[in-house]
Ligand binder design. Structure first.
Ligand code: NIG
Ligand code: FE
Length: 425
């Protein structure tokens, strides 16, 4: 049955101009272009938005008997004056892994760096040990419970990386688990991150060979991922290894999204731009020229403020630089064993309350902008609300759109719809 939403508060459509393209600079906070005032209605049919029009027009046409509170042909939803925003798009998560590394906080507080902890047998390889032991069924159940957390915070499209298997069998198992979970409450798009670290049981050259000649062909042949990711950082994969891996993946039709410049500026963002990566993530230490180069090459810079937050580091000036220079950027959670949040509202609270970003800018960075790096793999463009587009949206617990990122410890969302159906009530 068709659904008509009425009595909506502020409505963030974010659909100004070409919805497949990201917005940058002050265009991300132009309220006149991105928001509709209260008094609009949305008509939904078969999972898509059919109309967004002044409420009076839609009610007269589709629910003339609203006063009697009955309408045979249409379901009516009174939104009670609450604001609506698009379904959120989390373009960087390590969704599926097993184990616990909560002891590492004390090691960090006692002066050990992320690199030191890794050298001592903690970090990624410790999670790999635990994840390899988990069965496909267990991984599916972990994935499904993490997805419901993410839904709870309004995410309707999520990218999910492998990367805690680091062997043919285990990487494939994580990707199979990921792919089995899609399409119910969220779009799930998987990325192969076999190059997250070097496994302890292999030499560097042996593992590079395995990645290129065993993992990659299988991932591509089975259609398990659309992107390759590499942790390109001194101490992990260097620029040369990253380039070899990305070019090999490109030859199998996989695009790339990369972890770069998380701890130092090693030229990772510049390389991502040259390789025409869909996105370059972390980018905390990238320099001005590489940010400019990335923007020109169409590589989205994705900031992950939750990570420096949990590692006790400065949140940096990268986001402000992007806004001031009109460079496209996005925000994502980077959910992983160290940074256990699947809440884009929380991550955007960091950006808003701690860095001073406008809440509407943060919203664009968590919807339309990251969607532009994923849309090629989804039927319709997500991340904004427009006629003909998917009915993926959130009803907030406030009449104001700005509320969406101002409740850091609790979800700001009252109801989420994915493809026209309710996810959470
Ligand atoms: O994006 N830095 C690389 N990968 C993850 C963290 C991995 C881990 O510590 O388990 C990230 O932050
Ligand atoms: Fe990450």
């Amino acid at each position: 049955m068709d659904l008509l939403l009425y009595n909506i508060g502020e409505l963030a459509t974010l659909s100004h101009g070409d919805v497949s393209k990201p917005l940058s600079g002050t265009k991300m906070s132009e309220r006149d272009n991105l928001l509709l005032e209260p008094g609009h209605s949305i008509l939904i049919s078969e999972g898509n938005i059919i109309k967004i029009s002044p409420e009076q027009e839609l009610l007269e046409e589709f629910a003339p008997d609203l006063e009697d509170n009955k309408s045979a042909h249409i379901e009516l939803l009174d939104v009670n004056g609450k604001a609506i925003i698009p379904g959120l798009v989390d373009c960087h998560t390590h969704l599926i892994w097993s184990g616990d590394r909560s002891n590492e906080i004390r090691l960090r507080q006692n002066g050990l760096s992320y690199q030191d902890i890794s050298k001592q047998g903690g970090g990624i390889n410790r999670t790999v040990e635990a994840t390899r032991k988990a069965s496909l069924k267990e991984l599916k159940s972990i994935g499904s419970s993490n997805l419901s957390q993410s839904s709870n915070y309004g995410t309707t499209t999520i990218e999910a990386k492998s990367g805690y298997g680091l062997s043919v069998e285990s990487e494939l198992k994580i990707l199979q688990a990921t792919n089995s979970l899609g399409g119910i409450n969220q779009n799930i798009l998987s990325t192969w991150l076999g190059a997250h670290d070097f496994p302890k049981d292999k030499k560097v050259s042996e593992y590079m060979d395995e990645l290129i000649h065993e993992q990659l062909p299988l991932v591509a042949e089975k259609g398990l991922a659309k992107w390759i990711d590499v942790f390109c950082e001194p101490g992990w994969f260097d620029l040369e290894q990253t380039e070899i891996l990305v070019k090999s993946a490109n030859s199998f039709g996989l695009k790339s999204r990369l972890h770069v410049d998380e701890f130092v500026d090693s030229g990772g963002l510049s390389l991502a731009a040259e390789l025409k990566s869909s996105s370059a993530d972390h980018v905390g230490f990238s320099n001005h020229d590489s940010r400019d180069k990335a923007n020109k090459s169409g590589t989205m810079q994705v900031f992950l403020p939750g990570t420096p937050y949990v590692l006790g580091k400065d949140l940096g000036n990268g986001i402000i630089d992007c806004i001031e220079n009109n460079w496209n950027f996005s925000l994502a959670t980077d959910f992983n064993p160290n940074c256990q949040t699947l809440s884009l509202p929380f991550v955007s609270s960091l950006a808003t309350h701690r860095i001073g970003i406008d809440p509407l800018t943060a919203l664009v960075a968590c919807t339309r902008n990251p969607a532009s790096t994923l849309n090629s793999e989804i039927k319709h463009c997500v991340g904004s609300l427009y006629e003909g587009g998917p009915a993926d949206f959130n009803i907030l617990n406030s009449e104001y759109v700005d509320y969406w990122c101002q409740t850091p410890g609790v979800s700001p969302i009252s109801k989420t719809y994915y493809s026209g159906s309710i996810v959470k009530s």
